[in-house]
Write a protein that binds this ligand. Structure first.
Ligand code: E4P
Length: 220
């Protein structure tokens, strides 16, 4: 399973990349705003800076909600760097824009997906990635992971090549369950990736090894 980091923070992206586990980046307008990135030129510069930091795909979201606007924005984004994936909201014009970009060979990520039917439409439109939001479904007492399972089942039935990008992933169990189900990619904050590291037996085992080594070598 590929690991994408869900942030526009350059330090977090650099740190995850340096750890050697990063396969790509997803952003959204809220994450860009959180970093204080505003204005067309700054936004474009920031996406380019992210692309320069990583080796994999970088999702950059359009703001337009009509087909012509999405095409205009998406084409500009795609020209920035070959790593750019045009991220498009799951609305009617978004599906049309996705089909258009697919025909042009421009990579796409259909976002704000909350149902199997929406995921089926994304695959039909030739999306590179589909982003079902696991955490936001859990937030409203719906089962986010069940959605990932259903989409996996539907895509496998027909051999759709659209990659399931489990989004809105919040913690270690989300990541592990997504891997068990067979999501192609997960995206979440760096803290969620690091939470996979934690095990008390690792910590106590390491402490014991170091203590035994020190004792055998005349140390304390
Ligand atoms: C998806 O691509 C979104 O950027 C993201 O995963 C949303 O996560 P959140 O629900 O934690 O905001």
């Amino acid at each position: 399973m590929k690991f994408f980091i869900d942030t526009a923070n350059l330090d977090d992206i650099r740190e995850a990349h340096d750890l050697g586990i990063l396969d790509g980046v997803t952003t959204n307008p809220s994450l860009m705003a959180k970093e204080g990135i505003a204005g067309h030129d700054n936004v474009m510069k920031h996406y380019k800076a992210i692309c320069d930091l990583v080796d994999g795909d970088v999702s950059a979201e359009v703001i337009s909600t009509d087909f012509d606007g999405m095409v205009r924005e998406g084409e500009l984004l795609a020209q920035l760097d070959e790593k750019i994936v045009v991220k498009i909201p799951m609305i009617k014009d978004g599906i049309k824009a996705c089909a258009y970009f697919s025909a042009q060979g421009i990579k796409t990520n259909m976002t704000l997906v909350f149902s199997p039917g929406q995921a089926l439409l994304a695959a039909k439109a030739g999306a590179t990635y589909v982003s079902p939001f696991v955490g936001r479904l859990d937030d409203i007492s719906s089962d986010g992971l069940e959605l990932i399972s259903k989409i996996r089942h539907i895509y496998d039935n027909y051999g759709y090549e659209t990659q399931i990008l489990a989004a809105s992933v919040r913690h270690a169990m989300h990541i592990i369950n997504c891997a068990e189900i067979g999501a192609d990619v997960m995206t979440g904050p760096f803290s969620a990736m690091l939470s996979l590291l934690k095990h008390p037996l690792t910590d106590s085992g390491l402490a014991q090894f170091l203590a035994d080594h020190a004792k055998a070598n005349g140390g304390k």
